[in-house]
Design a protein around this ligand. Sequence first.
Ligand SMILES: NC(=O)c1ccc[n+]([C@@H]2O[C@H](COP(=O)([O-])OP(=O)(O)OC[C@H]3O[C@@H](n4cnc5c(N)ncnc54)[C@H](OP(=O)(O)O)[C@@H]3O)[C@@H](O)[C@H]2O)c1
Length: 275
Amino acid sequence: MELSIEATVRLNNGLAMPRLGLGVYRAAPGDETRRAVLAALEAGYRHVDTAKYYRNEADVGRAIRESGLPRESVFVTTKLANMDHGYDRARRACHESLDRLKMDYVDLYLVHWPVETLRGESWAALESLAEDGVCRAIGVSNYTLRHLAELADHANVVPAVDQVEFSPFLHQRELLARCRAMGVQLEAYSPLTKGRRFDHPAVRAVADRHGRTPAQVLVRWALQHDLVVIPKSSRVERIRENARVFDFSLDAGDMAALDGLDEGLRTSWDPTDAP
Ligand SMILES: NC(=O)c1ccc[n+]([C@@H]2O[C@H](COP(=O)([O-])OP(=O)(O)OC[C@H]3O[C@@H](n4cnc5c(N)ncnc54)[C@H](OP(=O)(O)O)[C@@H]3O)[C@@H](O)[C@H]2O)c1
């Protein structure tokens, strides 16, 4: 499919997932989140990434209802919090998330973090939730190569998605290649480096050449690597700006310049040492 704001990827279970989504980590619960989601839906986003941990699932659900869009036209992701691991607890936590969202199903339910010893049990719970139809797809987040290999040893269902930090400054080539080989869609969080590399000369140079902003260049880079990408903003102008990335493209030289910027930058957390 040609890249547009409606563009989707086909997950390994056949579900279509929009390539661009709005992240709402650190969007304050209440009006801030509600307004951000409404602005995003108005701008054409059809995908929102929340989590129990973000404490704003209720506001995401409310904004989607207020938008008047049919439920099935918006892709909603939420996540299993670290405190809720284990078979029964994970099942209950998913239903509690659905209650807060006031939805019958989520499109994607992710294990937020590879919590030691309990993650296997939790995955079995997610498989059962998918079977029940309350999660259209299930996946993981912050899983490294090692965590994915461990999961592959006992899982009945291959995760549809691995959501990890990914940007030119954390260019996880090996993980991306492995995910592709396994049929796992890689989803890039903190794709803007939380703004920390907007002033990098190489990013600036590409942005200036195209008359775009550093944020737009970083979103476009992720899209051109076939990732799903979920930039966060609570500001209407920036929400729109981050989605105006479908009327220009980065050429091979731009991509090569950005591809070479890896410095292992993690702006959130580092799962490489998670046992
Ligand atoms: N699974 C996980 O463990 C995990 C971890 C981290 C993030 N995530 C997900 O990924 C999403 C995105 O990651 P993130 O929130 O860490 O970081 P990000 O999207 O890289 O950056 C967000 C920051 O950049 C600012 N910003 C956004 N657009 C901008 C623009 N056009 N110009 C200037 N500044 C701009 C935002 O401020 P304003 O809001 O003030 O505009 C915010 O401070 C999260 O919201 C969450 O949904 C998941």
